[in-house]
Design a protein around this ligand. Structure first.
Ligand code: AMP
Ligand code: MG
Length: 320
């Protein structure tokens, strides 16, 4: 017998958010999650002004900025992940990201001079947090922060809290590539999550991974890019150079309980590339799993999910 569920979709935080919530209270809980997403969108400045984040970006060098508990915690996590990825993820990369205009109508290739200048304002160690006063302060002029690399992860974790609080049977939510599965569907607690083939149309998968109560987050150069003079410029920037990361990966998928962690790590590991990326994960984030898709059409997965991953035979990719 199939279980009742409720499907919904919304555009929020610059992306499509789809949900499937199982159980009698599916509809009600879906709407609660939607309201929460709207609230977070306002709070975290997903391309909106007049948020706490835009206030910091305006006056953060001149004075300390007092924050709400929630925004402070997200910024604190963002700095923590910047430290733990040795700056491959850098929450202060905003001046450079902004210059590329990847999210605007008119993206462009900045001059080398502009990039070097913007890079001078980048560096998470110049972001000073005071836990007692709950304030943030920039130590360099023209610094800016961008939570775009982790905010969707934070929102996904919030959705899980809502599912859990309302004791829903099971739920699936996808925030533009940040996937979370919670509880059970039908009478199984394992979900098969498709991994996009980075060289094919949206929706065409290269493989699938079995997960339960986990988040599955992918970063890839195919997700957002523009082309100029036949060169493709994607949206994941290497904080060392200020240019789109010259990665040997087409995409990387990170799997763990914590969606915000997955989000930061997927961006960082994409920047680092396969060797450095798998090193970071296996030595410092043992609890995570990963699926790497390389430029030379190989698929590699961490040892802890070998049993759970299947490749689509006709994908054209080699596996392990
Ligand atoms: P994701 O799609 O999760 O990999 O995040 C990419 C988004 O995070 C970009 O669109 C930028 O807004 C931002 N971003 C890009 N490169 C970095 C980086 N190295 N560190 C932090 N945020 C970044
Ligand atoms: Mg990310």
């Amino acid at each position: 017998m199939s279980m009742k569920y409720f499907d919904s979709e919304m555009f929020c935080m610059g992306t499509n958010i789809t949900q499937r919530v199982y159980g009698e209270n599916g509809e009600e809980v879906s709407f609660e999650v939607q309201r929460e997403m709207r609230r977070l969108e306002k709070l975290m400045n997903f391309y909106k002004t007049s948020s706490e984040v835009s206030l910091i970006n305006e006056v953060g060098f001149e004075r300390e900025v007092k924050l709400s508990k929630e925004v402070f915690e997200v910024i604190k996590s963002a700095k923590y992940f910047s430290e733990r990825t040795y700056g491959a993820f850098d929450v202060t990369l905003a001046p450079v990201i902004k210059m590329w205009g990847i999210f605007t109508e008119s993206p462009r290739v900045p001059s080398n001079k502009e990039i070097l200048k913007a890079l001078q304002c980048v560096g998470y160690s110049n972001l000073i947090l005071d836990d007692n006063k709950r304030t943030v302060r920039f130590m360099k002029e023209n610094m800016k922060i961008d939570l775009g690399g982790i905010a969707k992860g934070y929102a996904a974790d919030k959705a899980v809290q809502i599912y859990s609080k309302n004791r829903v049977k099971g739920a699936f939510v996808n925030l533009g590539g940040n996937v979370i599965v919670f509880g059970e569907k039908e009478d199984e607690d394992e979900w098969n999550i498709g991994i996009q083939n980075p060289l094919k149309m949206r929706g065409e998968i290269l493989g699938a991974v079995k997960v339960k109560n986990k988040s599955v987050v992918t970063s890839g150069s195919y997700v957002r890019y523009f082309e100029k003079d036949n060169i493709r410029y994607h949206h994941i920037i290497d904080p060392k150079t200020g240019y789109p990361a010259d990665s040997d990966l087409l995409s990387v998928t990170i799997i763990s309980k914590n969606s915000m962690l997955c989000d930061a790590l997927s961006t960082a590991v994409f920047v680092l590339g396969y060797e450095k990326g798998i090193n970071l994960l296996t030595h410092e984030f043992e609890e995570t799993s990963a699926i790497f898709i390389t430029n030379d059409k190989k698929v590699k997965v961490t040892d802890n999910i070998i049993e759970d991953f299947v490749l689509v035979e006709e994908s054209g990719f080699d596996y392990n």
